[in-house]
Design a binder for this molecule. Structure first.
Ligand code: SF4
Length: 64
């Protein structure tokens, strides 16, 4: 699994950080998402998929 973000779409809602805090973070200045682990371990896959489902702007893309 590889995670890509379209930061032009991110509205800084923070949903992904709540769902998968190990993988996602937000930039302090503007709250735009930051991916800490673009290639997350398998143990995070379920949380990452939950984060994708919770994103209100479809800013997170998974390449499997
Ligand atoms: S859930 Fe989507 S819109 Fe919200 S911070 Fe994460 S990437 Fe940005």
């Amino acid at each position: 699994m590889h995670i890509e973000i379209d930061d032009r779409l991110c509205c800084s809602s923070g949903n992904c950080v709540l769902k998968a805090p190990v993988v996602f973070d937000q930039q302090e200045a503007d709250g735009v998402v930051r991916v800490r682990h673009p290639l997350p371990p398998a143990s995070e896959y379920q949380r990452v998929r939950s984060a994708v489902a919770s994103c209100p702007t479809s800013a997170i893309r998974l390449i499997e």
